[in-house]
Design a protein around this ligand. Structure first.
Ligand SMILES: [Zn+2]
Length: 414
């Protein structure tokens, strides 16, 4: 069970709904508001953890669904847990993988007990229950673990949204019970399910020297997820249900940026943030375009994650203060300017747009890496600037000017 010594959150500056502060985990502190780079498979695509840290990444997110399927959560645990395996000593969070089960897996059947699905890798059959997900996330060992929730489309009707939200609350109860049970009783023994059954005999044994000690779960915090689609009364009921059911270390807002309009998303944030206790970090899941981050901070969000910076970067799209730039465009052919003047990333300090364009047109790997790292740096820098503006009491002006420049340029470019 997490103790107050393992996790804490302190708001140091606030302006309107926006605030800056510090979220402390067993692997160190994160200054908020913060963007969490996404290491879906235990790696931020194309980048080393050292590059992510040098860019200012402090807390990273990984995905329990992907690691459970490959290399296996027990394997991650036997190899030392995800922090050691991926060589990331800072704070880390795992998503339960509910989103991936609902978006990637084939032939899924959702029932009250959980989700039965076929792996998108090899078609093998798996069952995701709230209890199984807690065992998986306890094995992987991230500092913050997310509950299993039921996901629906952004524009789902009220009945479907209500049913999924209520089921997510019931699943939260089961997650918490299993999370606490593992804290009490320890994790499953390591050897039986892995070394004996799965690994060939000729591989080195990973059995721990002290099996009983190894079963002790690391200190972790379980975050619940607010659901309810774009229906205000369902969002309110979800927050109320979550607050009534436990003493949490942070609360996530899920089910947004899944097809609803931006005004709907912002309205849901404006509704949820004030009714989540100010003493808890608020984590907006899967939202990470630059303007969404600034709009989110304005509405009281502390933590964000999204694959957008690396995915867009691999596609040749770069974030800049003046909006998005497609580096493949012919207009960059003779452009000797850096991608973003003043950006400290290797792509901007070492190269010009003409060379970056050349890398993309020639399908060179370096181009993908440089743009992914630039986009990540851009989001991390934007959050650093937001924190500085909050500390200086200048966030309203800073965020208005930032958004006007980002969007003004985007409109002018059309
Ligand atoms: Zn850059």
């Amino acid at each position: 069970m997490p103790t107050s010594a393992d996790f804490s959150f302190q708001v140091t500056h606030a302006q309107g709904a926006a605030r800056s502060g510090e979220f402390v985990t067993p692997h160190g502190a994160v200054e908020t508001p913060a963007f969490m780079p996404v290491a879906t498979q235990g790696t931020i695509k194309g980048l080393s953890m050292d590059e992510v840290a040098a860019a200012g990444g402090r807390m990273v997110l990984s995905n329990a669904y992907h690691l459970y399927l490959r290399p296996g959560d027990m394997m991650v645990r036997a190899l030392g847990g995800l922090h050691a395996f991926a060589r990331w000593d800072g704070p880390m969070l795992t998503d339960s993988g509910g989103f991936q089960v609902f978006s990637l897996a084939k032939l899924r059947t959702v029932g009250e007990d959980g989700v039965v699905f076929r792996s998108h890798l090899d078609g093998s059959l798996h069952e995701y229950t709230p209890e199984a997900v807690m065992r998986i996330e306890r094995n992987i060992g991230a500092d913050v673990v997310m509950q299993l929730d039921e996901l629906i489309a952004g524009q789902a009707d009220r009945a479907a949204a209500r049913s999924a939200m209520e089921r997510s609350l019931r699943w939260l109860e089961r997650c918490r019970a299993e999370f606490d049970r593992i804290a009490r009783d320890g994790r499953e023994p390591l050897g039986l399910t892995m070394t004996d059954a799965v690994l060939p005999d000729d591989l080195p044994s990973l059995l721990p020297a002290e099996p009983e000690r190894e079963r002790v779960a690391p200190p972790q915090a379980l975050f619940p997820i607010v659901q309810g689609g774009t229906h205000p009364e369902l969002r309110r009921a979800s927050v109320a249900g979550i607050l009534a059911s436990g003493d949490w270390r942070g609360i996530a807002i899920g089910g947004l940026s899944v097809g609803e309009s931006k005004p709907d998303m912002y309205a849901m944030l404006e509704l949820c943030a004030p009714i989540i206790p100010a003493t808890l970090p608020r984590y907006l899941m899967g939202v990470g375009f630059p303007d969404d981050l600034v709009e989110g901070v304005r509405r009281g969000v502390d933590l964000f994650d999204c694959v957008a910076p690396t995915r867009m970067g691999r596609d040749g799209t770069a974030f800049t203060p003046d909006g998005k730039v497609q580096i493949r465009k012919g207009s960059h052919r003779t452009d000797k300017r850096p991608l973003v003047e003043g950006c400290g990333c290797p792509g901007c300090t070492r190269y010009d747009r003409a060379y970056l364009r050349h890398l993309f047109v020639s399908e060179e790997m370096l181009g993908l890496r440089l743009l992914a790292l630039h986009n990540l740096t851009f989001l991390l820098d934007t959050m650093r600037d937001a924190r500085a503006a909050l500390r200086a009491g200048a966030f309203d002006t800073w965020s208005s000017e930032w958004l006007a420049r980002y969007r003004g340029a985007a409109i002018a470019a059309r």
